[in-house]
Design a protein around this ligand. Sequence first.
Ligand code: PEP
Ligand code: MG
Length: 588
Amino acid sequence: MSRKLKGIAAARGVAIAPIVHFHATLDHIPTWRVAEDAVAGEKARLSVAIAGVTTSLLDLQRELAGSLGNQDVRIYDAQVAILHDQTFRRDVETEIEQRHVNLEVALQRVVARYEQVFAAMENPAMRERAADLRDIGRQLVGALMATEQQKYTANGRDYLFAADEFLPSDAGILDRAHIRGIVTAHGGKYSHGAILARSLGIPSVVGIEAVMLQSTTGAMAIVDGDAGIVILDPSPAELADYEQRWREQRAIDRRIAEVRFQPSVTPDGVSVQLLANVEGVRDLDSLEVDAIAGIGLVRTEFAFMERRQFPTENEQVAMYRRAMDGAGGKPVTFRTLDVGGDKPLGYFKMPEERNPVLGWRGIRLCLDWPDILYTQMRAILRASALGHARVLLPMISTRSEVVRCREVLDQLSADLKATGVPFDPQIELGVMVEVPVLVPVLSDVLPVADFVSVGTNDLVQYLLAVDRDNQRVAKMYDPFHPGVLRVLKQIADAAAVAGKSASICGEIAGDHWFTPILVGLGYRELSMAPVFVPRVKLMLRSFTVTECQDLATRAAAMQSTSAVRKLVQEEIQPRWVRQLAASEDGRR
Ligand code: PEP
Ligand code: MG
């Protein structure tokens, strides 16, 4: 019987394929069936993982020996003992042999079984062992995953990725040729996982709490990323209906794609620059430079997050040069490291925080650890010799933070000059507007900045006091709130008065329903995931600036978000439909 589950539409499009679970109990683990002749191979992987984890535990123990008491150092002895416990090992091997599951799943099951036994014990010391065991399980799975990249596959077949969450690090290990859709129990439309899914063009629905319980690996499902619906075990009629929709969607996408190399101008001749947001080298490989005016946001933290340790200055120079090459001489805006909050760095220990999103993140962290900032800025400066680079500072909330960063940039420039290392002395320094308090003080900040870029993903989260990753309040996270529109207008006006450029690099820049409003509010630079460029360009070519200004003024003056959405529905959507039909006629 088919079941329809409602979630949050995170990335548009329809996908039809079997679901595959990537379990999250011991982080995200891949699942596959192990044939009889592959059992020995799985056991060998276990030996390698045990050896690897033993070495790192002993290294850690040695490292901490000076700072921990003898008793505490022995915790690692206990962990090594569990790791080499013959019963534990036999149980894991038996799971592989008898149930034909891969090692990660076998570990997960055995750890869960042991955990239950320990947790039920009277003796608190014994109950503690459950935590040790879980930790060992995690470390083993961690070691396996690190050595086994490209793991989120379904034996070479098409699949829908299902898990508790889709994390930024997951994006790197999907089987890109066969992933058709994503469905998760947690997350919101503006989580980084959802942003990545959109930029990869993978239809996604997030925030369906029951999805892992209600679905099984291998069962057919439909992901409707437009309506935010997942249909498990669809009926033949539903399948036929969605297959038809999938074909129609492809035809429309092809039509929209045709405008991508046309100029991005309104019908009354005002040009609006469309730029690309890139997360990593992967995005650069597929970038169509002729369709964009440059790269408006490099989220440099993603390259840091994919590594095991901080990249050196030379490694960073190579990364940034690669981006400059990819942009083919057009401007590239490098945002300095924006970790913390929902973007942890595995190898940089951050304190547990009650409210990490309000905590030690972005520029706050980098100013406290100036080495990180120096190295990164020096690397960007060195790469700037290749063309037009810009530096963008995340999570700025005071003028003095910008001043301090400018001093660092000036100092580094002077050092490079003194040692004859080439760089662009005109390099611009910009500020992300994402902390609301920056808006009323923009007239103080703009004189020390060369440009601003509005990070609406965070700005909206902070303005509305709605966590962008929390599905329970996802309905309240609506950038069409008239209050948000008024704040966006204030920013555009302040930048115009100061004679500085203002762009938008949050997700709304790539939402074509927003395009006429943003243009009407005064924005002439929009930076988005490259997949959205053709849609936004087609929309841009449908409304004159005068019409955009009229729409924006009316929208910002409205008294409710639903009134703004009604305006979009009644005045923007019909024009879009006509524009699509016109481009269809043009083809005939
Ligand atoms: C934003 O906050 O809008 C933004 C572009 O940055 P991120 O999504 O990486 O936080
Ligand atoms: Mg942000």
